[in-house]
Design a protein around this ligand. Sequence first.
Ligand code: CU
Length: 136
Amino acid sequence: MNKKIIALAIIILLAMGGGVAWQSIQSDGEMNGEDPPEVEILTFLLTAEGREFYLDGEENPDIVVNQGDEVLIELMSEEGVHDLIIDEFGVDTGQLMEGESEAIQFTADRVGEFEYYCSVGTHRADGMYGNFIVEE
Ligand SMILES: [Cu+2]
């Protein structure tokens, strides 16, 4: 009788030990970064002033990314009322008053050369646009 109880206790202990070992394997897996890799977000901070967009001092710069990139475009109005629109990607910051900013994040899911522009008044016709280029 006692031997049976001891044998049962050993079996239970082994089972518990096995459970603990299994748990540690699982948590090791999480710690080793088996989660999907974090996607890098390409960030472009543009300002608007007069009838131009600026990126690091460059007027209406080409914005170049690769297909599949996560892109974040932030527009800050330094002077006047402006917005930034890319029709093909549904990007629209809405109209920003001087001192306001807005960031839009999207996936560059198609290849091609597109236009970003300001839709306020005659700004686009006045030259307030640039190229948004998605390469393969
Ligand atoms: Cu504008």
